[in-house]
Design a protein. Structure first.
Length: 123
């Protein structure tokens, strides 16, 4: 399974998970089967607020899940339509969040607990 983590800068598994999907400069993708780590530069960084195109942001790369501090309802809907589940990250590094993800300890984000005009989502 390929798990994607929005980050400000790529420091591999020591990267800190970013607070918001659409404005993250980079994405670190961790493959739970091979332990491979890849980086994707956000290709949709200049989008208007609320107009994030997750497929463009991920440069067309395929992932199975997103773990992030916050994300808008529109992006959640688009990701879910592609079969990608979104989870709320715990504070800390990707390594910490991988352990929590694999232990089923991260909450799934839905449009009901998405960011709304950057209010109440921790970023």
């Amino acid at each position: 399974m390929k798990v994607c983590f929005p980050v400000e800068s790529n420091k591999g598994l020591d990267s800190v998970v970013y607070g918001h999907f659409g404005s993250a400069p980079n994405f670190v993708v961790y493959d739970t089967e091979t332990n491979a780590v890849d980086n994707i530069s956000n290709q949709d960084l200049g989008h208007d607020h609320g107009m994030c195109n997750p497929l463009k942001a991920l440069d067309g790369k395929s992932v199975d899940a997103i773990v992030v501090g916050g994300i808008g309802a529109g992006a959640i809907n688009k990701l879910n339509a592609m079969g990608i589940k979104v989870y709320r990250a715990s504070e800390g590094t990707i390594q910490n969040n991988i352990s929590l993800f694999q232990g089923n300890s991260l909450s799934e984000l839905t449009i009901n607990n998405a960011c709304n005009q950057h209010g109440g989502c921790g970023h």
